[in-house]
Design a protein around this ligand. Structure first.
Ligand SMILES: [Zn+2]
Length: 395
């Protein structure tokens, strides 16, 4: 059997950074065989400069919004952003498909191996079918209007059924869009189908989300007016959004909280209560999207201090300048003043993401028998990724 052998300045395994003189051995098809010392690797070792990493896992994207690149201005705040997306997401099918195709290529070429993709339509399904990447399809259910939860959930269920027949090789799950767009009745319908699944939800992306649940105030009332949504009958719980809805998702095997820009210590404490012990909770950060929409950063160090399991995503082209995971890694480094070890951020972008998307049996780390892809990150200074660094797919 023919092998490929690679050595580089560093090999990141998915959990650890190995230094010089280690060799990654794969089959021709990219199945991981072993990591051995250079002295034992024999001949034909390809020498590369930079970090070799397993392929990236982009835990949060909306491929079907790829045609919105550059459409919405930066830093409008979340509610104005959402109104703009609702008003401007329409486009011809041809335009939508072309943009999804380009986005899929960009993701693949920049080293992504799997995508947690939010779906409201089946537009991306044929492209995913031919794609070399894996997917976890989060079928989004939303609709805050009084008395409309069941009807809106059934619409999501139709898309869910289509995904199961078009892409049976990938898991699909019906998920709530966000606490401000889903009521308790819809959470109950979603929860009833959540067993064994990872459920993703946009969480605490603006301070107004907590205000809505704590006292019924805040900017979301402007959203409901603009969309002519009948928000009557909604009763604030007096608690933050996360502390209100998390008990409503108790059937899910895992919960992926996306954004967390305004999460606080008391919310993190809540996720550690014994009632959630049976669930894995992932904190998905999309720092460039937060910068784009709100001009803010998620609290990296608060989450790290509490040993939260962090994963990364790019979000969509409606709120980002690229779908390149390395741009998110660079943003984390930059915004944390290079205080977070490179290996730790790479773990967020690889094995943690693979676990969140239930794809860690094949992806996310250089373990024997897996096919995680091999990515080279070049132009380092010491062990740090620089603004000049690029991620290049080797396998
Ligand atoms: Zn999103």
């Amino acid at each position: 059997m023919a092998y490929r052998k690679f050595t580089a300045d560093y090999i990141f395994t998915g959990t650890n950074m190995l230094y010089r003189n280690q060799v990654l051995i794969t089959s021709e098809q990219g199945v991981i065989e072993a990591i051995v010392p250079l002295a034992e690797a024999g001949e034909d070792v390809e020498k590369l400069e930079g970090i070799l990493s397993p392929g990236f896992i982009n835990c949060h994207c909306h491929l079907e919004l790829s045609h919105m690149k550059g459409v919405i201005p930066n830093r409008t705040g979340l509610v104005s952003f959402l109104i703009a997306v609702t008003q401007q997401r329409q486009a011809s099918e041809e335009e939508i498909l072309k943009a999804i195709r380009l986005a899929e290529q960009e993701l693949y070429q920049s080293g992504t191996m799997a995508v947690g993709d939010i779906c409201n339509t089946t537009h991306a399904a044929p492209i995913k079918h031919k794609s070399a990447m894996a997917y976890y399809n989060f079928i989004e259910s939303l609709g805050f209007a009084a008395g409309k939860s069941k009807g809106r959930f059934l619409l999501a269920q139709q898309v869910f059924n289509q995904y199961n027949s078009l892409l049976p090789q990938y898991t699909a799950a019906i998920v709530p869009h966000a606490p401000y767009s889903v009521r308790e009745e819809m959470f109950a319908l979603i929860n009833a189908q959540a067993a064994g699944k990872t459920i993703a939800i946009h969480n605490q992306e603006s301070p107004d989300e907590n205000m809505l649940y704590q006292n019924g105030n805040g900017d979301f009332n402007r959203l409901y007016q603009s969309l002519h949504t009948d928000s009557s009958g909604f009763t604030p719980s007096g608690k933050t959004s996360l502390q209100t809805y998390l008990p409503w998702l108790e059937q899910a095997a895992a919960i992926m909280l996306v954004h967390n820009t305004f999460i606080q210590q008391e919310d993190i404490d809540h996720t550690k209560l014994p009632q959630y012990q049976h669930q894995d909770i992932y904190f998905c950060l999309c720092p460039n999207a937060n910068l784009y929409i709100e001009g803010t950063m998620p609290p990296f160090n608060l989450l790290r201090k509490n040993n939260c399991t962090i994963v990364l995503g790019t979000d969509s082209y409606s709120s980002n300048w690229s779908l390149n995971m390395l741009d998110e890694i660079k943003r984390v480094q930059h915004e944390s003043a290079f205080s977070i070890p490179t290996a730790e951020i790479l773990q967020w972008a690889t094995i943690n993401g693979a676990k969140a998307l239930q794809l860690d049996d094949q992806l996310g780390s250089f373990e024997k028998g897996k096919t995680p892809g091999v990515v080279l990150i070049d132009n380092l200074v010491n062990q740090s990724i620089t603004t000049k660094s690029a991620a290049k797919r080797i396998i």
